[in-house]
Structure formats: structure tokens, C-alpha cells
Ligand binder design. Structure first.
Ligand code: ARG
Length: 468
């Protein structure tokens, strides 16, 4: 049998010395990850530069070799920035591609770069470095989205609208209150991303394949030079675990569930039936057959994309379940789904913000909707409680008033005359009507956490402070 080792080595295959036979082209491509991990090229070069600097400082490779490797890696960085580093789609992964170039250009000097390192700790460090670069972008985007919504909320502190439970009109709230509720969820998402970022801020370099290295590496130096807080405590953990990817995948999935629910509100509000929101034409699409259509496609698509981030998270959990410690090639599948989730969240946040910033609200319609559907019933009951009636009794009396209304074709208890109300309870007086108006109802609920305009202004202030 012909020995393909040399041929493979020449082609940049890092493990060519061991195997006399070479996988066929289709099989080689199957196990390659270059299509996904070429995204890590910047991080791979940065990690290698620190690694060779460390090798030089520790006398593991000669100082001039370290300098030559660093100069070549710096050149690669420049070529990359200038768009002049074409990544070979036939390479096995980004790590072998970069090492392959170094060897091609520097010969034996290039072959010294991998001392004390394995692709297992290399990929772990690249992945974490990439997340340290990208997640802050996502945090900024999230903060911008929250700010945009809070600005809208502030404009609508007094815009009353129906609040719903079971999608049935329940009690009057304000649009400002509703939008602030969305922001409270997004602000926790922000916290989830930053928590995950904090926990992943440990450097795997020096973990080797799974058991560290017998060479006198300086892990603290590498960690510090790459901007990590500290080296990962245990090297087996460093190459085997991907809980940081799960946390971020989870944060992405939760954020998308939030956006999906907000978008469902928007889709409902944009319908003829609700008519609460008027999406900008630039943030709507038409129909190929129905000339009249103006569809909330952006909201629908964001809602739809929440499905992929859920799927990505479940995929990642399933990938890890049952994997024996330490590294297994299965782990190569970790990046595609997390990259997709991060891309999805980033794109959806931008689209959601654009759609919401340009949207107009039909506040008259919202207010009109508050006067139909008995949104004042709870206030009617509370009116009686304030006059000393036990709540259960007040509830029952008001429920009877509601039934009277329905029999008379009325849609709110405020439509009953005072004598009619007094047939049910002598405690009703003329001032009941003030308590029943949507604005009064909202203003009365000024407890902390409530929808009263001043209280929502306070909530907005607190959220704004947390964003700083
Ligand atoms: N491409 C691999 C990955 O993404 C790099 C690590 C390969 N290690 C190995 N022992 N085959 O996980």
C-alpha cells in the first residue's frame, strides 16, 4: 500500500505521520470544519501570537524563532485585514490552515508553533475569544433596543389601552406600561449575556489535548496577554466542557422568545381587528396577489426565527449529553449552532428596533377599546371595597351589574345610570363614574410596579440607570 503521509503533510494535514492511508475527498470534506471555523481566523492568529511569545519567553523555542513566527503571524493579520488572506476551503480546519501557511512560508520554524498546544485547547481558546468579541456587540444592540422602547414608552405614559389576560380585555393600562414590561424582560436578557461572558472569561491555553503539558508553559502569561481574567482551573474541563456555549445559546433562545412574544403583540395590534399600531410602509411588505395588503412580515419573521434559536439550544444540549470526557470530535458541531443563534439575535434586534422606532400608534383606537369589554369592572368592585364592602361581595355585585349590562346591550359598567347601579348596591354614588374612566383607573393604580403614569416614569428611570 502506498504511504500517503508525506503527501498529506504537504497538504497541511497535521496528523499525517500516523496514518498511511488518507480519507477520500468526500470523507475528508465531511470531517472538515473550515466552512464554520474560518470565522475564528482572527482569534486563531491572535492566540498563536501569544502562544509563540510565551514559548519564546520560556525558552521552549529560541527567541529568534519566536520573533520570526510572530512576524509572520503579524503579516497574516495584515493580509487578513486587507482581505488578502484567502482561506482554503479544502483545509481541515482553521487551526491546520494557519499552521499550514506558517510551515509553507517558514519551513521548520513554522513547525515549531504547536509545541505545548493541541487543537483541543486551541479551538476552545479561539471560541471563547470570539465570544468575548461578539457578545459585547450584542449587549450594545440589546441596550439600544431597550433605549428605543423606553423612549416610546415615555411618549405614551398617558396613552391608555386595554390590558389583556387570556387575550380578553381585562383592565386598562397604558402603552407606556406595556412597552416598559417588554423592556424589563430584555434588561434581564442583557444580564444573562453579561453573566455568561463573565463566567467564560477563562483561558484554556496550556490545557493541551486534555492533560496539560510537560513543557514549562506559562499559562498566566498567555491568559493575561489574551485579555482573559485567569486560566481555566482544570485542563480536562477546559477542553471538554461547553457550558459557556449552552449559557449563551440559552440567553439567545430566551431573548428570541421575548422578541417573538413582542412580535405576536405587534402582529395582533397591526390587524384590522385591533388597529392599535400602524407599521411604517418601509417596515411592511405587500402581497403578490391581494392589492390591498400591508403585512407585518418583519414581526412574523422574527417570531419565526425564535424557532431556530430554540432548536439550536436543544441541538447543543443533545450534542453534549452523554459525551465522555474529555474532547470528542462531536464537539466540532458546537460552533455552527451558537454562531447561528448569535447572528439571529443580532439581526432580529436590529430589525425589531427599526420596526418599532418607525411605528405609529393609534392612541384613539386604543382608548376607545378601553370603554368596551368591561375593563372597568374591577374598578367598580374596588369602589365598593373602599366603601367597606367585603371584596367577595363587591365582586358578586359588580358581576351582577355586568350581567345587567349584557342584557341591556351595554359594554361597560359606566354605561349604567346611577339608579340602575343602586338597584344592585346602595353604596354606589355619583362619584363612581370618575373612578370608572380608563384614565382614572390607571392613575389609581400607582403602587410600585403599577401602570400609573408617574410610576411608569419611575420604572423607566430605573431601567435607564441599569443600562448605564
Ligand atoms: N476542528 C476541531 C473542532 O472544532 C478542532 C479540534 C480538533 N481536535 C481533534 N482532536 N481532532 O473541534
Amino acid at each position: 500500500m502506498k504511504d500517503h503521509g508525506d503527501e498529506q503533510a504537504a497538504a497541511g494535514v497535521l496528523w499525517a505521520g500516523r496514518l498511511a492511508e488518507k480519507p477520500g475527498a468526500e470523507a475528508f470534506a465531511f470531517q472538515s470544519s473550515i466552512a464554520v471555523d474560518s470565522r475564528l481566523v482572527r482569534e486563531d492568529i491572535a492566540g498563536s501570537r501569544v502562544h509563540v511569545a510565551m514559548l519564546g519567553r520560556q525558552g521552549i523555542i529560541p527567541a529568534d524563532t519566536a520573533a520570526a513566527l510572530d512576524a509572520e503571524l503579524a503579516r497574516l493579520e495584515e493580509e487578513l485585514e486587507a482581505g488578502k488572506l484567502p482561506i482554503d476551503p479544502g483545509a481541515e480546519d482553521i487551526h491546520s490552515f494557519i499552521e499550514g501557511i506558517l510551515t509553507e512560508r517558514l519551513g521548520d520554524t513554522g513547525r515549531m508553533v504547536h509545541a505545548g498546544r493541541s487543537r483541543n485547547d486551541q479551538v476552545a481558546v479561539d471560541f471563547r475569544l470570539y465570544l468575548k468579541r461578539i457578545v459585547p456587540e450584542l449587549l450594545r444592540e440589546l441596550a439600544e433596543t431597550i433605549r428605543a422602547l423606553l423612549n416610546k414608552a415615555e411618549e405614551h405614559l398617558n396613552s391608555v389601552m386595554p390590558g389583556y389576560t387570556h387575550l380578553q380585555r381585562a383592565q386598562p393600562v397604558t402603552l407606556g406600561y406595556h412597552l416598559t414590561a417588554w423592556c424589563a424582560g430584555l434588561e434581564r436578557d442583557l444580564g444573562r449575556f453579561s453573566d455568561a461572558l463573565e463566567r467564560l472569561d477563562e483561558c484554556p491555553l496550556g490545557a493541551g489535548a486534555l492533560a496539560g503539558s510537560g513543557l514549562p508553559l506559562d499559562r498566566d502569561f498567555s491568559s493575561q496577554a489574551l485579555g482573559f481574567r485567569e486560566p481555566v482551573l482544570n485542563s480536562m474541563d477546559a477542553v471538554a466542557d461547553r457550558d459557556f456555549a449552552l449559557e449563551l445559546g440559552g440567553a439567545c433562545a430566551i431573548t428570541m422568545i421575548h422578541l417573538s412574544r413582542f412580535c405576536e403583540d405587534v402582529v395582533l395590534w397591526a390587524s384590522e381587528e385591533f388597529g392599535f399600531i400602524n407599521l411604517a410602509e418601509a417596515w411592511s411588505t405587500g402581497s403578490s396577489i391581494m392589492p390591498q395588503k400591508k403585512n407585518p412580515d418583519f414581526a412574523e419573521l422574527i417570531r419565526g426565527k425564535a424557532g431556530r434559536t430554540t432548536g439550536n439550544l436543544v441541538g447543543l444540549l443533545s450534542l453534549l449529553k452523554g459525551l465522555p470526557y474529555a474532547y470528542d470530535k462531536d464537539l466540532q458541531e458546537d460552533k455552527e449552532s451558537l454562531f447561528d443563534s448569535l447572528d439571529t439575535v443580532l439581526a432580529c434586534l436590529r430589525m425589531f428596533r427599526g420596526m418599532m422606532e418607525s411605528a405609529a400608534f393609534n392612541t384613539e383606537r386604543m382608548e376607545a377599546a378601553c370603554t368596551r369589554g368591561f375593563l372597568d369592572a374591577t374598578d367598580g368592585a374596588e369602589y365598593l371595597v373602599r366603601r367597606g364592602l367585603p371584596f367577595r361581595k363587591a365582586h358578586e355585585i359588580t358581576a351582577r351589574v355586568v350581567r345587567d349590562c349584557i342584557a341591556a346591550g351595554q359594554r361597560s359598567i359606566a354605561e349604567r345610570s346611577l339608579p340602575e347601579l343602586r338597584e344592585r348596591s346602595e353604596l354606589f354614588e355619583a362619584d363612581v363614574y370618575q373612578a370608572l374612566s380608563p384614565a382614572a383607573s390607571v392613575a389609581a393604580r400607582k403602587l410600585s410596579g403599577g401602570p400609573a403614569p408617574e410610576e411608569v416614569r419611575r420604572q423607566i428611570g430605573i431601567l435607564r440607570k441599569r443600562l448605564r
